[in-house]
Design a protein around this ligand. Sequence first.
Ligand SMILES: Cc1ncc(C[n+]2csc(CCOP(=O)(O)OP(=O)(O)O)c2C)c(N)n1
Ligand SMILES: [Mg+2]
Length: 898
Amino acid sequence: MNIDRFVQQLPDTDPTETQEWLDSLDQLIEVEGKTRARYLLSRMLMRAREQQVGIPATINTPYVNTIPTEEQAWFPGDDVLEKRIRRFIRWNAAVMVVRANHAAEGIGGHLSTFASSAALYEVGFNHFFRGKDDGTPGDHIFFQGHAAPGIYARAFIERRLSESQLDHFRLEAAGGGLSSYPHPRLMPEFWEFPTVSMGLGPLNSVHLARFNRYLQNRHIDDTTGSRIWAFLGDGEMDEPEALAGIGLAAREGLDNLTWVINTNLQRLDGPVRGNGKIIQELEAMFRGAGWNVIKVIWGSAWDELLARDLDGVLVNQMNTTLDGEYQKFAVEDGAYIREHFFGPDLRLRKMVEHLTDDQLRKLPRGGHDYHKIYAAYRAAVDHEGYPTVILAKTVKGWTLGPDVEARNATHQIKKLTGRQLIGLRDRLHLESEIPDEVLTEDQEPPYFRPAIDSPEFQYLMERRRSLGGSVPVRSKTIHRGIELPGAEPFAEFDEGSGTQSFSTTMAFTRLLRNLARHETFGSRVVPIIPDEGRTFGMDGLFKELRIYAPFGQRYVPVDAGLMLSYEEATDGQILEEGITEAGAVASWTAAATAYATRGVPMVPFYTFYSMFGFQRVGDFLWAAADARARGFLMGATAGRTTLFGEGLQHQDGHSLLLASTVPSCEAYDPAFAYELAAIIEHGIERMYGTDGEDVYYYLTIYNENYPQPPKPDGVGTGIVDGLYKWVPAPEGFDRRATVLFSGTAHSAARSAQGELAEHYGVGVELWSATSYKRLREEALSTERWNRLHPGEPEKTPLVTRLLSEAIGPYVAVTDYMKAVPDQISRWVPGRYVSLGTDGFGRSDTRQGLREFFETDTGHVVVAVLSELAADGVVDKAAVKDAIARFGIDPEVGDPRTR
Ligand SMILES: Cc1ncc(C[n+]2csc(CCOP(=O)(O)OP(=O)(O)O)c2C)c(N)n1
Ligand SMILES: [Mg+2]
């Protein structure tokens, strides 16, 4: 807040009175000091707030715990037992990483992230996290990726994982191992949310919390019993995506969301803010955004000191000490702390006279204090109206000993020497569980698991039972099944549009409307758009399906009188995300995984500028694949020449290539409305039918209008398999070739067919290649089978079989890069060349761009003739003739110059 500007704009109706107040403040500071002045002003602000004077919010509070000791909720657990359980888990987490690095040198793993956050998790496990055993979906918990060893260690103690599994941490290839980080793709019955790519978890958690509200407000699922917890790193907060959703979370009042940021002041290389204070910085940002902020900075042992801090010197010292200094205090001994933290001020020094150096060193941080953490979680869970962030200060590597704790290298340390292990054992007071004789250099350090009848095991299991069973568990139990839409919504597209021209995007919008209108299936459709609905001609849906707005529409929209008005409603169906592709994908992921997180299959269609999809938010889409997302991504305004005026940053010639890198993504480039409909119909069946598969679909849709042809007879499964004959060659030609087209490139292929017949006596048949990715994957699989089954009858890849029915040479034409059709090169039974849009886009007409990128009719004709000439079927003169006929200048247009 810039208070000066704020005050300047207010009228001063009584300057004398103003001066008197200012003078008394000056006097107060002079006589009683700044601390007292700060106190009195804070009290005044508090009163002003109570009286609703409308003072701008202060965004920072002193560097102390937000919850005062006297308001701390009572801790209901058994301190002694919980501490022992925590120690067992700490031990096993460390040992599994150490053993993994013995088993395979350099296999990695992390010790210090969990070591700093063990108490944060354990309070959650023992008192808050809700499981699914009671038939509910429970809480949704995002675990910090690098804390995975601790979560495995607990699961081991709960007897959900075996010793052998722990010993296969990071050794997954042969099966039965544990994944390095939370990966539902690799451990589909354990992990629910992939988090390890920093910044994705935070945003995904916000949009999941919002999506749960959406399900609630649309009466699809009762989500009130599920809290979203996200455990995050302080270094992680520097990722732009990490904080990108905090405004939305506050605006939409997501009090079902709790973030716990482990502020250990360190990231991988060193301090997060050596010269500043990350907790204060985050407090200001979250408070400014409207969150409930709870700082858990100091452990209980500080309470007594703070109570005696009548003149505020201690708080002042806390306020002014930098994070870099706090980190140093964490590695130094008590004498150093006495000298440098308490030392400079005599009053402070006196305050700790009664404490030994050892006691000073052990004054703990709040994030290791069970009672403080419990109180913070309790307050977060009870807080209504806004999300809560808990900023829990810890020491990175806590309990791992002086060589590891708070060291700059701590994040990367994955081994402990025998001496260090003994140190850890002693620190955890596990002498009787892990005696000296098992900690020798010639054997692996053992795990420790309390017996079934031990009080620790009984206590821990009782806690989990009372909270609904173990977590994390990923479940595929369907609570509210989905009814498939049948053939009806798709049928009209098979007939074609006669002479009427429309684009595949318009066809899609129509199909989306059909699906959303469906009596039973309709409510499960989630249309998602990032402020681009008008571009795609989807604004017609605003009124019909309405835009989701948790608090409804509190104003009369400017276009209220029009047929297509902008309508917002609490139970609106459309998620209009605004200009955030990352946020939109996060919503899509929440919807696309609802079948697992909620047991409620939802069918999201996220429609976006194809250029701002995989390229912009590829890592989110990768994580969605990890999360086993099922849904549709619609890359609109597709192609490098079809979207013509927009130029370099808009024209997409490569999203299909990027999509081809995601193993579970089915990438399609349909040319016609009936293809689009067939692919979506099949996709719904495949993802949402019985035994639905964990794949998602990416379809490009274009904005070029043309008459949509009817579906040819006998196409069979070709559309979804990736390739089918669209029309045969005109009859009566001996010289033959085949052209493969995708998307809008069909028009060049079709006119080239006419030209080649008319002028060059060549009969070309046309095939529609809807998915090169799919063809390639099938061929790779067949190729592998042949390689590994010598002596058995060879199998032929589908693409080879299909194209053997056609007559080569083969030319592929696409509005995407040549590398897209090149994916099948190896398996084409004859000469094969591809025409595509390599290079940067630019602005021009469609025709101008297709000439420029050499994907127009003329270039298809030349390519076919050139291949035929190479086969000796036509004369080279024919190629020359075509080059001249179409006015092609061979000296310009080399893709390397684009
Ligand atoms: C997008 C991304 N960039 C970089 C990394 C590598 N990385 C893993 S952990 C880490 C440091 C994490 O620090 P912090 O968030 O403070 O977590 P802490 O371990 O301190 O709790 C980094 C840089 C990553 N996992 N993801
Ligand atoms: Mg950190």
